[in-house]
Write a protein that binds this ligand. Structure first.
Ligand code: ADP
Ligand code: MG
Length: 264
């Protein structure tokens, strides 16, 4: 039976071979130009389709993750942050901790690159194939409290429990009401050892009692989070202020903690 060339458009559509469908002529021309054998041509077409699907999957994963901004590991200046070990970050970027369901805590004062690293590691996780969701602690807790009030807690909890990696940015910027702390604790428990958490906070774990108010929850949450966890504490000055200081806009203060803006 002779193959039906008329349907050469319809069949890749039916098989969802998007790259082959959209670029068939160009791909076949390229195969001819390179004088590929039939077998090589087929392999070439499949390669293009596989690469296209991988790209699509990453794009989809990145949009589902809802990163608030674009930050990459390549864009992280390790020289500016000597306490951050590039080897450890590269290791974390491989994602074994996510496969294991471990937690990662990025702690330190404002501006030192916690959110940058959280987003960058989240992107790497998407590229590796993990489902990722980024949220701030405030947004997460607001949604849980609202869902609890309207009887949709189960559905909301499932939404936050489902991704393999949940990134919670800025935990501890505001203290939580006991009821909110309890809802947060339920979510952490639900994810415990099933999915990974990446939490950034400007508070040391020892200060989390103040954050969570309620003492039982305040000890139980670090307990869950610190079991199977990696903790990176970043010290030092805000990256932005540092850059400004370099440009001569800020004079370093003698105490090193207070910075004075001298111009701009
Ligand atoms: P944090 O979350 O710790 O408050 P951010 O991650 O928001 O700090 O960092 C503040 C800004 O400085 C961001 O735009 C971030 O991309 C940038 N930044 C911080 N540290 C670095 C770094 N080491 N290299 C490059 N950019 C950095
Ligand atoms: Mg931040």
């Amino acid at each position: 039976m002779t193959p039906d060339i008329e349907h050469l458009d319809a069949m890749p559509t039916r098989l969802k071979l998007t790259a082959i469908r959209e670029r068939l002529d160009a791909l076949l021309d390229e195969a001819a130009r390179r004088e590929l054998t039939l077998r090589e041509t087929l392999s070439y077409l499949c390669e293009q389709e596989v690469a296209h699907k991988a790209q699509r999957r990453i794009q989809m994963g990145l949009s589902i993750a809802r990163f608030p901004f674009l930050r990459t590991l390549e864009g992280f200046d390790f020289n500016a942050q000597p306490v951050v070990d590039p080897g450890q970050i590269r290791e974390l970027a491989c994602g074994r901790w996510i496969a294991n369901g471990d937690a990662l805590l990025l702690l330190g004062p404002p501006g030192v690159g916690k959110s940058h690293l959280a987003v960058a590691l989240g992107r790497e996780a998407v590229k590796t194939g993990y489902s990722v969701l980024f949220t701030t602690a405030t947004a997460l807790i607001t949604q849980l409290v609202q869902a609890h009030a309207s009887g949709d807690l189960e559905e909301r909890s499932r939404h936050f429990a489902k991704p393999k990696l949940l990134i919670i940015d800025e935990l501890g910027y505001l203290p939580l009401e006991p009821g909110a702390a309890n809802l947060f604790f339920q979510l952490v428990t639900r994810r415990y050892e099933r999915g990974s958490l990446l939490v950034t906070s400007n508070r040391a774990v020892s200060e989390w009692g103040e954050v969570f108010g309620d003492t039982v929850v305040a000890t139980a949450i670090p307990d869950r989070l610190l079991h199977h966890s990696h903790v990176i504490t970043i010290r030092g000055d805000s990256y932005r202020l540092r850059a400004k200081r370099k440009a001569g806009l800020i004079k370093p203060d003698s105490s090193h903690h207070h910075e004075q803006i001298v111009s701009g």
